[in-house]
Design a protein around this ligand. Sequence first.
Ligand SMILES: [Zn+2]
Length: 395
Amino acid sequence: MSPSGAELIRQIKGQINEVDPAEVHDLVDDGVALVDVRETEEFNSGHLPGARHVPRGYLESRIEGAVPDRSQRVVLYCASGNRSALAAHTLSQQLGYEHVESMTGGITLWKDRGYEVEVPRALTTEQRERYSRHLLIPEVGAEGQQKLLDSSVLLLGAGGLGSPAALYLAAAGVGTIGIVDNDEVDLSNLQRQVIHTTDRIGTSKVDSAEETMRAINPDVRVVKFPTRLGAENIMDVLQARAWDVVVDGLDNFPTRYLLNDATVRLGIPVVSASILGFDGQLSVFKPHEGPCYRCLYPVPPPVELAPSCGANGVLGVLPGTMGLLQATEVVKLIVGAGEPLVGRLLLYEALGATFTELKVRRDPDCPVCSRDPAEISDEEMGVFPDYEAFCAAAG
Ligand SMILES: [Zn+2]
């Protein structure tokens, strides 16, 4: 005879490990994966601090996204301890998770003990609709979407790289997007700078970029800096807000060195890309966790690779590819998903359709990132001897 539902739950509880809320409370900061298996409405009304959300109905399809390492210790909980017991049974018996427990009494007992509950700020109905495809992937989810909405990203340039990055970061719901550019839209820009339009030729690029981003997503606040970034204003721009990430779409080496030195000093990660002809490069410079731009290029690259020395040709699609790879790295950094491109240089060669990855090591003698950031003086920032001579040599 088949057992009753209550009998089945009793049997299953006999086959899994249960853990008391007091023990879970001591474990919270201890590398244990806490997974809430309740429904979305229940999770949104309050959950254990740091809990990941995998509704029991999606357990099999989503647990690997939330807990990729099957040897990690996992504690599941629900409202009272029954659904999490069933889920623990599935994870250990069918999905090969090695160290799974179910929290006794669920979040109800947790609250009765007086432990802290985190109430996520709710997305509006419209936001739930707009970002629904983000909410469906556990690496982003409601928590990651909130991080995106709370984030501030600074784009240097509304040109070839900045245009696609700005479009997708706005669409993804990055709450504040700063944009630095002192140019006006020119007919020759439109082959690749897709945020601008033919009827905006002659208008300022920051205004044009703002108009397009706001049309895509009214959630986005655009902060405009219609200026050319230089030693005299870089600290003001970088400190205008608490920027989470800077997207470097700069077209010249002296400003790249200046940007590097200032961001290392302020501890702001930079997602950097460059393009020429059919070739693109991409890396993430995260101060003190990986190499900086000067570790990679202690001296400027050879003159023939110096696009700032004059107008150079570029395949119009190429900055689109590289700008979107930059936007991808930005989103990963903000939501904390995946492996950012720190200490790695990605080379893309469009004609051969090849990607090559090079390791980049931190230079222990780097003149900038090997030192205490407070020691880097204004005078030392952006030191780049005799750039005019450098360009003159390029012919
Ligand atoms: Zn360095």
